[in-house]
Ligand binder design. Structure first.
Ligand SMILES: *Cc1c(COP(=O)(O)O)cnc(C)c1O
Length: 373
């Protein structure tokens, strides 16, 4: 069997084990967040592995993502929360997707879709407890609750959940976290006095799932941790990275001193050396900012990309080492064999591990290892 010339190898057993690790640390249900194609790992296979590891819910962000889970035959509860006005929601209600509402207008649209289908829509009301992103402000919360009450009375809507999202849960002990928790508790009390007692209260992302048990409530919503990446620098929490990005070298050649390398010749060889070609570029999610920076394991040693990252390829200078076309280049992985990690890439590029894995391009095939079961 031939090896793909470039691939993201996804360790489904790691996804399952990471989910088990998170589930073991809470008495709440686990919603595995598989948005953005499972943070680049492939939405459906990682969803199945997370379910095998004890997740009972899936978080999908958008309605099309949620519907793709259903189309794959997944019957577990699915929640979608980022919905612009005017989206067609009848299909989601018909497919038993739980929907978020953060405004009266948004809730009215969900109720209209329910009326259209003759079903009752399952809704989670979102309150902004301090992130300043989506969610009803505390000032608008009573109006949203009142609208929900009307729709519940009509039978179009069932308020299943009340939820929120943290701004700084990755900063353990930051006072903003306690403040958000207090606002959430207050919002729940307001809901209760308005006659709304949701069975699912939820606000914990990965860092809160790992470090803030007081925020677990009935359900936690980890994303990045499922994929084995830590949301908090300096602590792995025993998680195992699930993605390895590798490629087969397309070319290896001796060049003389003074050879300019890649567009703009930002690198020039100082002496005779071997240049090797890795068939991955910015179209595959290797940021162009990784030019002269991105770490790669080639020929058993860690090296750095030389010259500019191109759309489809990057060059590495391996000196006099015996490296040949067809040999492996590993851009990142769990680190077992000395390869760089996603965290190494994030550090070099001054970004977060989330961005490195989610941007791996559609051209890179995902190859699955382990069965996640
Ligand atoms: C992405 C997302 C999560 C998961 O966040 P992580 O930091 O990856 O755990 C949870 N909830 C919401 C609303 C999100 O958008």
């Amino acid at each position: 069997m031939s090896v793909p010339q470039a691939e993201a190898i996804i360790d489904l057993d790691a996804v399952r084990a990471n989910t088990e690790r998170l589930a073991a640390g809470t008495s709440a249900q686990v919603m595995a967040v598989v948005k953005a194609d499972g943070y680049g790992h492939g939405m459906v296979p990682t969803a199945r592995a997370a379910l095998a590891g004890g997740a009972t819910w899936l978080g999908a962000c958008t309605v099309p993502e949620a519907l793709a889970l259903r189309a794959a035959g997944i019957t577990a509860p699915v929640f979608a929360w980022l919905i612009a006005p005017g989206q067609v929601l009848a299909g989601a209600v018909g497919a038993d997707i739980d929907l978020s509402a953060a405004t009266v207008a948004g809730l009215d649209e969900v109720a209209a879709a329910a009326r259209e289908t003759g079903l009752t829509a399952r809704v989670h009301l979102k309150v902004d407890t301090g992130l300043g992103r989506n969610g009803a402000t505390v000032a608008d919360w009573p109006d949203l609750l009142a609208a929900a009450r009307r729709h519940v009375a009509e039978g179009t809507v069932d308020v299943v959940g009340v939820w929120s999202h943290f701004a700084r849960a990755d900063e353990v002990g930051h006072p903003a976290n306690a403040r958000q928790l207090a606002v959430f508790t207050e919002a729940l009390a307001t809901a209760e006095s308005a006659g709304i007692r949701p069975e699912l209260r939820h606000m914990a992302n990965s860092p809160a799932t790992l470090t803030l048990p007081g925020a677990h409530f009935d359900l936690v919503r980890p994303g990045i941790a499922l994929y084995g990446l830590s949301p908090i620098a300096g602590d792995t929490f025993g998680l195992r990275p699930a993605m390895t990005l590798r490629a087969s070298l397309v070319n290896a050649k001796r060049v003389p001193a003074g050879q300019g390398v890649s567009y703009g010749h930002t690198y020039t060889t100082e002496r005779e050396t071997t240049l090797v070609l890795v068939p991955l570029g910015y179209a595959d999610g290797i940021p162009r900012a990784a030019s002269s920076r991105g770490p790669v394991l080639v020929g058993g040693r860690r090296r750095v990309i030389v010259g500019r990252v191109c759309m489809d390829q990057v060059v590495v200078d391996v000196g006099d080492d015996d490296v040949r076309a067809g040999d492996d280049a590993v851009l990142f992985g769990p680190g077992d064999d000395g390869e760089p990690t996603v965290d190494d890439w994030a550090e070099v590029l001054d970004t977060i591990n989330y961005e490195i894995v989610t941007r791996v391009g559609a051209r890179v095939p995902r190859t699955y290892r382990g069965d996640g079961r």
